[in-house]
Design a protein around this ligand. Structure first.
Ligand code: HEC
Ligand code: HEC
Length: 240
């Protein structure tokens, strides 16, 4: 369910935002909070509303559930650490507030999730097929032969390609999360949408292959450490 956009100053989301988001995302949501200079990737600009992690088609706005996932789980390995200290009412309120910061939510039709490919099982054969597709589809040009984010085009891009061996991934580490990223693309980045380019079993084979590249990193990234420090919070076992 998508909540209707609020007016900019409406409570109670404004208070949650000021207390927990503005330090990074900026008082008016422009991605220019006082801590913003410390991050590798600028905190999302909520006025431009180019959201990366969505279940909606390329170029579209996210659903409330997409925003909830990014807010509650955080984006793995980044300074956008899980906001799981907020109550579900506070999360709902801040979602409505963040949407009110961009005129796009009122102007555009309510965001609709795409129908994502039907899951197929992970088998030895699907992993072999996935590895082949990874090269055929040109993933290696950006993400590198082994998925380390060091492909031949990587240096030319406005956003560093993801290191696909790192866990957790920003948009979630499961094969379903990888399918969602590959099918919908990441708005505002060079990561394209592969919607309609491959049939369902092939998209899942690709996702299973990418899933298989993962290594769990016990150590926090430097960006995550800065995120917790800026927020003056301590990670708990559950959110690391
Ligand atoms: C410590 C800094 C920090 C705080 C506090 C913070 N964020 Fe973020 N946020 C970031 C950064 C940095 C990114 C971009 C990370 C990236 O894409 O690599 C981000 C990205 C996001 C995204 C982008 C998801 C997408 O699909 O593109 C959303 C939504 C978001 N933040 C919401 C919030 C909300 C709501 C709050 C407050 C409850 C909050 N953030 C608090 C740093 C922060
Ligand atoms: C033109 C360069 C480019 C190509 C080609 C490309 N990607 Fe990406 N991809 C990116 C960039 C850049 C990001 C990082 C965006 C970010 O960090 O916000 C990304 C992010 C991702 C993510 C999300 C990672 C996360 O942390 O959640 C996945 C999964 C992914 N790519 C898989 C693929 C697969 C599979 C292919 C081939 C079918 C592919 N990409 C092709 C540039 C590319």
């Amino acid at each position: 369910m998508n909540s209707p956009p609020q007016t900019a100053a409406s409570e109670p989301g404004a208070a949650v935002y000021a207390a927990h988001c503005a330090v990074c995302h900026g008082p008016a949501g422009r991605g220019d909070g006082e801590a913003a200079g410390r991050f590798d990737v600028t905190p999302r600009d909520f006025v431009a509303a180019q959201y990366r992690f969505r279940s909606t088609a390329s170029g579209k706005l996210p659903t409330d559930d997409d925003l909830r996932r990014s807010i509650v789980n955080g984006l793995g390995g980044t300074a956008m650490v899980p906001q799981d200290h907020l109550s579900s009412a506070e999360v709902d309120a801040v979602i409505a507030y963040v949407k009110s910061l961009s005129p796009r939510f009122a102007a555009e039709p309510a965001p609709q999730p795409m129908k994502l490919p039907q899951p197929s099982p992970r088998t030895a054969a699907s992993l072999v097929r996935g590895a082949r597709l990874y090269n055929e589809a040109g993933c290696h040009n950006c993400h590198g032969e082994r998925g380390n984010g060091d492909g031949t085009s990587a240096g030319d891009l406005s956003q560093k390609p993801a290191d696909l061996t790192r866990r957790p991934l920003k948009g979630g580490s499961s094969a379903a999360d990888i399918v969602r990223a590959v099918v919908t693309g990441l708005n505002g980045t060079p990561m394209p949408s592969y919607h309609l380019l491959y049939d369902d079993p092939d998209i899942w084979a690709l996702a299973h292959y990418v899933e298989s590249l993962g290594v769990d990193h016990a150590e926090m990234t430097a960006q995550e450490k800065i995120g917790w420090e800026v927020e003056k919070r301590t990670p708990t076992a559950g959110n690391r």
